[in-house]
Design a protein around this ligand. Structure first.
Ligand code: USQ
Length: 426
């Protein structure tokens, strides 16, 4: 199959490209490199040094003997989106090109608006371009488990039967998101569901849990590494806890720490997306997959990280800072997740082994973590209308990036976090 990955340069997009190539699919990507710029905006960088995209393509060619087609561009430009779809007519699109950080969306009004405008615009442009140029293409859209919030009942997989005032219907499960980012995904879900219905498209909306991990089997060489974010804005909970343990900062389950979320290892997340691609929805079908393996409280994660860190000779501590978010700190949580399993999905990675693997890599890249240790602990407050002053104060402490003569990466390819060239080749 030919698969177009939007956001191919990102944390999930890059390992997905490698995974699909390994399965014999053709891969074409789109990216505008905005994540690289935005991570820099908050004073951080990837723990793993990430080559420019052109070097990534060259590494794939050399190591895997495969080629990735690439368009540098922005989904906010409809002509660009239409041109790519008209040229490529892919069998599937895996749409990952969205602002993916809840804290980033909560910084201030501008970050909230940018998140929602960009995320909704990109998805609508893809849907319109699919309708016009490639109506048989299957859209696999990255949503989030966070769309559902934490209701006091089981969470259905997208739809459920409801009886109200004596009548029954099958309806979308209620959404109750917890950030402007998560709400953007709710609105996207409505748009994808509606476009699928009116234009007879094919779509899969993936309610993705929190991903953790750094490696997939296809990452056989440091030049193929994916990015790994650990700062408060771009890092996810477990990845951050391990980075905190490595640099000697307290591990931070927020508040009571009984917030439960669904988690999935990076490698298994790639497996899930590949299964969604290889088993397309039918024409006119909008389906939902809840994509996670197991639910853990952040306290449980913190304690496992603490134990593994101690085994490795580190001296971690666990702190419980006041929760900067507005969220239930103790709640019922039982989402169903059967649809991917019915298509053959099987969990392959266990939590503790992946935690050990992440420690192994982060200890190698410890100097890069140390150089950005001041951007790890939380400053963005959900109740504040403007967290920019707190971020700006921290930003002033940020040493220049390695290429300007400061801490260089200990290993791997060049440490630039900026793209070198447009490389608009397909
Ligand atoms: N948390 C802590 N301490 C920390 C960081 C986070 O206790 O240092 C808590 C948060 O308060 C939250 C939970 O951990 O209760 C998850 O937070 P997170 O930052 O790992 O994840 P989240 O902001 O929900 O977003 C991430 C990805 C997003 C994806 C989502 C899946 O950034 O793209 O959609 O996970 S889910 O959480 O299922 O909605």
């Amino acid at each position: 199959m030919k698969v177009l990955i939007t956001g191919i340069d990102g944390y999930s997009g890059w390992p997905l490209a490698l995974h699909l190539l390994g399965r014999g699919h053709d891969v074409v990507g789109i990216d505008n490199f905005v994540t690289r710029r935005r991570v820099k905006e908050v004073g951080s960088w990837s723990a793993t040094p990430i080559p420019t995209f052109a070097r990534r393509q060259a590494a794939v060619h050399e190591i895997l003997r495969k080629d990735i087609g690439f368009y540098r561009g922005d989904l906010s430009n409809f002509e660009f989106v239409r041109r790519v779809l008209a040229t490529e007519r892919p069998d599937a699109i895996v749409h990952l090109a969205e602002q993916r950080s809840a804290p980033y969306s909560m910084i201030d009004v501008h970050h909230a608006v940018a998140t929602q405008v960009e995320n909704l615009t990109g998805t609508l442009h893809l849907l319109y371009a699919m309708r016009e140029c490639s109506p048989d293409t299957h859209l696999v859209k990255m949503g989030t488990m966070g769309e559902y919030g934490t209701p006091n009942i089981d969470i259905a997989e997208g739809f459920f039967e409801v009886e109200f005032n004596g009548r029954k219907d099958r309806l979308p499960f209620p959404r109750s998101a917890g950030s402007w980012y998560h709400w953007s995904k709710v609105f996207d879900s409505g748009d994808v569901m509606y476009a699928t219905k009116i234009w007879n498209l094919r779509s899969t909306d993936v309610m993705q849990g929190v991903i953790y991990g750094i490696r997939t089997p296809e990452i056989r060489d440091d030049r193929l590494l994916t990015r790994f974010d650990f700062d408060e804005t771009w890092g996810t909970a477990l990845n951050r806890f391990i980075a905190q343990a490595v640099v000697g900062l307290p591990i931070t389950p927020y508040g009571r720490g009984e917030q439960r979320r669904g988690f999935i290892a990076l490698e298994d997340s790639m497996q899930s997306l590949r299964i969604a691609v290889e088993h397309p929805a039918s024409r006119g079908e909008y389906r939902v997959f809840n994509q996670f393996d197991a639910a853990y409280s952040v306290n449980e994660l913190a304690h496992i990280v603490h134990r593994v860190a101690t085994d490795l000779g580190l001296h971690p501590t666990i702190d419980h800072p006041t929760d900067p978010r507005v969220e239930a700190e103790q709640h019922y949580y039982n989402p169903l997740h059967d649809n991917l399993i019915a298509l053959g999905y099987r969990r392959t990675r266990e939590l503790e082994e992946v935690i050990r693997e992440i420690f192994h890599d982060l200890i190698r890249y410890r100097r890069r973590l140390e150089a950005r240790r001041h951007v790890i602990q939380a400053t963005v407050q959900w109740r504040s209308a403007d967290s920019r002053p707190a971020l700006a104060a921290r930003h002033a402490e940020t040493p220049p990036l390695a290429e300007k003569g400061h801490p260089a990466p200990p290993a791997g390819p060049q440490g630039s976090s900026e793209p070198a060239s447009a490389h608009p080749t397909a």
